[in-house]
Design a protein around this ligand. Structure first.
Ligand SMILES: Nc1ncnc2c1ncn2[C@@H]1O[C@H](COP(=O)(O)OP(=O)(O)OP(=O)(O)O)[C@@H](O)[C@H]1O
Ligand SMILES: [Mg+2]
Length: 297
C-alpha cells in the first residue's frame, strides 16, 4: 500500500494518485484508490463526482467505525476500484480523533478496514489532504501503508515541508515499523528551465542521501492539458488518446466536426511524464522489496 502525502497543499498529491492509479490499472495491476481527503478530488479527477457512484466517503466511514470490510465503488476503470472521500471522511476523522482523546480504540480503524480488502489488490494508493486539514487523516493513512510517495513543487517552501514529513514518518514508525519513504516526485516543473529543477534536485539529493531517491521522472507544468483533463474527469493518458483521435484541425473543419473544443496538444507530454513516473515507481518498489526480502533471509 502506498500513501501519497506531503504536508503542503496543491503539490500534486491527487493528480499523482489518479494518474498513476489509472496507468497501473491499465497495465493490468488490480488497483484500489482510497480518498482520505474530504475535498473528494479523486472523484473529480476520475469523472464520477456528479454521479451516484460518489458516496462522499460513506462506505469507508461505516466500515471503519463498525470494524467491517468496506465495499469500494467497483470498476471506475477496468481493474480500478475507488473508496471515495467527502463529508463522511471528515465525520470519520472527527470520530477517530474524539475517540482517541477518550482513550478509545478507533485509532488505526481506517488501516484495519482497508486491510480487510487489501488481498484483492496488487496496489492500493491512498490520497491524503494537506496537513492543514489535520494530522489525523495523514496518520490514519500512514498506519495503513508500506510506502510513502511525496510529491513536491521545486520551491524552497515545498522542500522545507519535507522535514515535517520526516518527523511524521518517524513518529508513525513506532506503531507501523514498515513504513518508509519510497521517493520524492518533482511536480509542476516549468518546461525548458533546467536551472529551476537542478537546485532542488541537488538539495534533495543531499538531504535524502541514503533515505530515498528523487525520481528522475518529473511532472511538467502544463496548464492547458491539466485543465482539459480536469474538466473531462480523465487521466492524462486518456486525454492524450482522445487528442490523437481528434485528428488535425483542418480535417475536422472539412468534415464539419470543428464545433467541439480543440483539446490541448500538450496532453501527450503530460501522459509521457506519468508513464515514466509509473515505470520508475514500480521498478523502485520491486527492487526495494527484493532488497528487504534478501535482508530478512
Ligand atoms: N501538470 C500540471 N500542470 C499544471 N497544473 C497542474 C498539473 N497537474 C495538476 N495541476 C493543477 O495543480 C493543482 C494542484 O494539483 P492537485 O490537486 O493534484 O494537488 P494536491 O496536492 O492534491 O492539492 P490539495 O492539497 O488541495 O489536495 C490543481 O489545481 C491541478 O488542477
Ligand atoms: Mg488533493
Amino acid at each position: 500500500m502506498i500513501v501519497i502525502t506531503n504536508g503542503k497543499g496543491g503539490v500534486g498529491k491527487t493528480s499523482v494518485t489518479t494518474n498513476i492509479g489509472t496507468l497501473l490499472a491499465q497495465a493490468d495491476y488490480k488497483v484500489l484508490i482510497v480518498d482520505l481527503d474530504s475535498q473528494g478530488n479523486v472523484a473529480n479527477n476520475l469523472g464520477f463526482d456528479e454521479t451516484d457512484k460518489d458516496d462522499g466517503g460513506a462506505a469507508l466511514h461505516s466500515a471503519a467505525i463498525y470494524g467491517k470490510a468496506p465495499e469500494p465503488i467497483r470498476g471506475i476503470r477496468a481493474n480500478l476500484d475507488v473508496l471515495p472521500g467527502g463529508t463522511f471522511t471528515d465525520q470519520l476523522m472527527d470520530a477517530v480523533h474524539g475517540d482517541s482523546l477518550r482513550g478509545g480504540k478507533l485509532k488505526g480503524c481506517v488501516a484495519r478496514a482497508i486491510a480487510k480488502i487489501a488481498p484483492e489488490y496488487d496496489i492500493i494508493l491512498i490520497d491524503t489532504p494537506p496537513s492543514s486539514a489535520g494530522y489525523v487523516y495523514v496518520e490514519e493513512a500512514m498506519l495503513a501503508s508500506r510506502w510513502i510517495l511525496a510529491p513536491l513543487r521545486p520551491e524552497p517552501k515545498s522542500i522545507k515541508g519535507l522535514e515535517s514529513l520526516a518527523d511524521r514518518i518517524s513518529r508513525v514508525q513506532s506503531v507501523n515499523p514498515y513504513i518508509q519513504l519510497l521517493g520524492v516526485i518533482l511536480f509542476g516543473v516549468p518546461t525548458g528551465a533546467t536551472r529551476v529543477e537542478k537546485r532542488p534536485r541537488d538539495i534533495l539529493g543531499e538531504r535524502l542521501a541514503g533515505i530515498a531517491p528523487t525520481f528522475s521522472a518529473k511532472i511538467r507544468n502544463v496548464v492547458a492539458a491539466d485543465a482539459d483533463a480536469s474538466f473531462r474527469g480523465e487521466a492524462a493518458h486518456e486525454l492524450a488518446a482522445e487528442v490523437a483521435n481528434q485528428g488535425p484541425f483542418w480535417e475536422r473543419l472539412r468534415n464539419g466536426k470543428s464545433s467541439g473544443p480543440t483539446l490541448a496538444g500538450s496532453a501527450g507530454s503530460l501522459a509521457e511524464d506519468y508513464m515514466s513516473l509509473a515505470t520508475e515507481i514500480v521498478d523502485h518498489m520491486k527492487s526495494q522489496e527484493e532488497a528487504l526480502e534478501a535482508g530478512a533471509n
